[in-house]
Structure formats: C-alpha cells, structure tokens
Design a protein around this ligand. Structure first.
Ligand code: UD1
Ligand code: F6R
Length: 371
C-alpha cells in the first residue's frame, strides 16, 4: 500500500524518520541521573566478550548493504580499537581470502537471502569465524545461519532500490560499535554525544526531507546529463558510493562515487565545464580537505554541486559559483544518514523526470538469489 505516495521508493524515502525510530526502539537507554547512557542489543549480549577478543572484524555484503557497512567502519574502529576490514561478498569467495577462527565476520543484508552473501557466510562458517548477521528480514537464511545478530527492524522494503533499509542499517551498526566498544571513562563524552545524536536523528531526517522540491529542481537541471560524479571522504566516502549507486540503478544515468583523496590520482582528468560533480563537504575532521578539493575542482572549471552543513554556503562556494545543498548537522558518524537523503531524492526525481520505472529498475531484482 503506497498510501499518498506514487511510488514505493518515494514512500520509503519519506518514511525514514519512522523506520529509524523503529530500528532504535528498546535498544537505547538514556539512563537516569546516575545511570550512564547505553545500548542494548539483545541478539548480541551473550557474544560481546568473544567479539571484543577477536583479532579483526570483517564486514561482508553486496551493493547498498556493503555501503552501509563502509559508512559505519570508522566509528567501529574508533570505539572498539579492533581493525575492521571490508569485503564485497563475491570478491571474498572469488579470492578465497583468508578468514580465521579469531575473526568476527559481520554479514550485512536487507533481504537476508542474497546468494553471494550466503556463499560468503558458508565460507566463513567453514573457516571457524564467529558469524554475526545484520538483516532486515526475520527468519531469512542469513538470520538463521549466523551464530547471532541484530534485526534491523526498518519494516518491509518494496522498492528495488534500497533506501530506508540503508539508513537503518547504519544506525544499527553505530549501535553495534557502541555495544562492542568499552565504556571507558575517556570515551564517555563521545558515547553520550552519539547516543543523544541517535535520539535526535529522526527529527533531523524529517528536516532534511524538506529538501524534496529543491532536489526536484536540481533533477530538472540534470535530466539530460550523461554522467554524474560524487566525491566524498571519511564518513561520507560511503555516501558518495551509495548516492552514485542510487542514480545509476534507478535513473539509468552513469554515475560514480569516488574517494576525494584519490581525485588527483586519475579522476581529475575528467573535470571540465560540462560534467556535473557533487562534492560532499559537511562539517567533520575532513572539512578543510574538502574545501581544498572544491577549490581545485573550481580552478578546472568543474560544474559543482556542494552538499554542506547549514550556514556554510558562503564558505564552500567559491565566489558563489557552486550550487549548494544545505543539510542539518549531526554527530559526525551519523552524518551519512542525513547526507544520503538529498541524494535519494535526487535519484528518485531524476528517474520520474526521465520516465523510467522507479520501483522496478530495468534488469534488477529486489533479492538477488542467484550468483
Ligand atoms: C527480540 C525479539 C523482539 C522483542 C525483543 C524483546 C525477535 C525476532 N525479536 O529482539 O521481537 O521485542 O527481543 O526483548 O523475536 N539473530 C541472528 N542473526 C541475525 C539477526 C538476528 O542470529 O542476522 C538472532 C539474535 O542473535 C537473537 C535473535 O535472532 O538471538 C533476535 O534478534 P533481534 O530481533 O535483533 O533481538 P532483540 O532486539 O533482542
Ligand atoms: C541497491 C540494492 C542492491 C542490494 C544488494 C544486496 O539499491 O538494493 O545493491 O543492496 O543486492 O542486497 P541485500 O541487502 O538484500 O543483501
């Protein structure tokens, strides 16, 4: 039931304040005056000791689920101090990459039925690793075959392009990072700020959804383009990959997400006055580096669309020449949840304006159960 919406993808984008709330329900404790703020993930509580002792955490997934894990990697490394590596499920299986008994492998999948991810799970089980599932589907193959895990609880997702499951997966993995990371005195301020940030996140998402009309206008400008680049770094490298994935899969427009730190190592050659480029430059520890990326792209006459923190338009737009999208600021590790929303809206409007099928993109299936 699409309710007042024309498409499931549109409904699911606009539903995110509610889906995020459901994903956090009963799992965040703000405590009283003497009780610390904390996180309770029922499915993991008996396994946290083992996870904390592991030598490495390996995130495994495909497509959007991989991107969600990538967005959560920095905070998991920061709070746990354990090295976190990333594996695209098919590539791990192709390489038969090393997985050890001392590893914790984390399988991220909306459907819980993706063939590539399931094969990687079988492989990790054979190698004796602890296997943790992060899935949105209760009773799915991944939920059943992992040793333990966390249900994402974003609600059923119908549009083939994953939107609300992505933002909920990130929130669940930030809670995972809080659960694994020790509650040391020195980390209490940071942990408290993240927990407060999680509580506020649904209302901030509601705020960013007001960009709908603005993103429709931007889509009108981009409707006939051949290609769109998206540059991000740090927490928002994943946002660049995920924004580009949405544009290519539904709007059928070539789009690449790129690590801004790699710009000078090749992609810069593509820049001219015709190619549109989105640069993600919200406030975090990478902000000044992104400001210099903007200057360098500007010097090569790049057609820039800058996604920045509210109030920063003047400091990111070189002599007012960029198109600017302003978003509310949240704790750095939660910013990817906010930043992806305008890009989801852009992909949605581009698709409708270009006349393509939003909910059933050409050649794609919701659940990829074949290799
Ligand atoms: C559980 C209940 C929830 C109830 C809550 C009350 C279920 C599905 N969830 O939620 O309805 O309100 O307790 O305390 O009944 N698991 C895996 N792999 C996965 C995902 C989950 O093995 O990929 C396992 C978990 O380790 C856990 C179980 O499935 O044993 C349920 O996980 P989850 O729903 O996340 O647990 P709770 O949030 O505690
Ligand atoms: C993109 C998309 C796909 C899936 C991928 C993994 O919008 O939906 O990239 O993310 O096929 O699917 P799950 O998460 O079900 O394992």
């Amino acid at each position: 039931n699409k309710g007042k919406y024309e498409h499931y993808m549109q409904k699911e984008i606009h539903e995110q304040p509610e889906s995020l709330t459901t994903s956090m329900r009963g799992r965040l404790l703000r405590g009283g005056s003497c009780k610390a703020k904390s996180v309770l993930l029922g499915g993991l509580k008996d396994h946290l000791k083992t996870i904390r002792r592991s030598r490495r955490i390996v995130f495994i997934g495909c497509g959007t689920s991989y991107n969600a894990a990538l967005a959560s990697r920095p905070i998991l490394e920061e709070l746990s101090g354990i090295p976190v590596t990333m594996e695209i499920a098919s590539d791990l299986v192709d390489r038969q990459g090393p997985i050890y008994r001392e590893d914790t492998t984390v399988f991220v999948s909306q459907s819980g039925e993706t063939a590539d991810t399931l094969l990687a799970l079988e492989y990790a089980l054979e190698n004796g690793a602890l296997c943790v599932g992060i899935t949105n589907t209760v009773g799915s193959a991944i939920a059943r075959n992992t040793h333990c895990g966390v249900h994402v609880n974003a609600g059923c997702e119908i549009g083939v392009a994953s939107t609300k499951a992505y933002t909920s997966q990130i929130v669940v993995m930030v809670m995972l990072a809080l659960a694994i990371g020790g509650d040391t005195l020195s980390s209490q301020g940071r942990r408290g700020a993240i927990i407060d940030g999680l509580f506020e996140l649904p209302s901030k998402v509601k705020e960013v959804l007001k960009l709908d009309e603005e993103m429709k206008d931007l889509a009108k400008l981009l409707i006939a383009e051949q290609s769109l680049l998206v540059f991000g770094r740090g927490y928002n490298y994943a946002t660049a990959l995920e924004g580009a994935l949405k544009v290519k899969e539904v709007a059928l427009m070539h789009s690449e997400g790129m690590l801004a730190g790699e710009m000078k190592h090749g992609p810069l050659a593509l820049v001219d006055e015709t190619l549109p480029i989105v640069v993600i430059a919200t406030r975090d520890s990478c902000f000044s580096k992104q400001q210099s990326v903007i200057q360098q792209l500007h010097a090569r006459k790049g057609r820039l669309i800058v996604l920045c923190t509210k109030g920063d338009a003047a400091s990111v737009s070189v002599s007012g020449s960029c198109r600017v999208i302003e978003v509310p600021q949240v704790e750095d590790c939660l910013q990817p949840v906010i930043n992806i929303v305008p890009l989801q809206l852009l992909a949605y409007h581009l698709t409708v304006l270009r006349g393509y099928n939003v909910d059933q993109p050409r050649n794609l299936a919701k659940s990829v159960t074949t290799q």
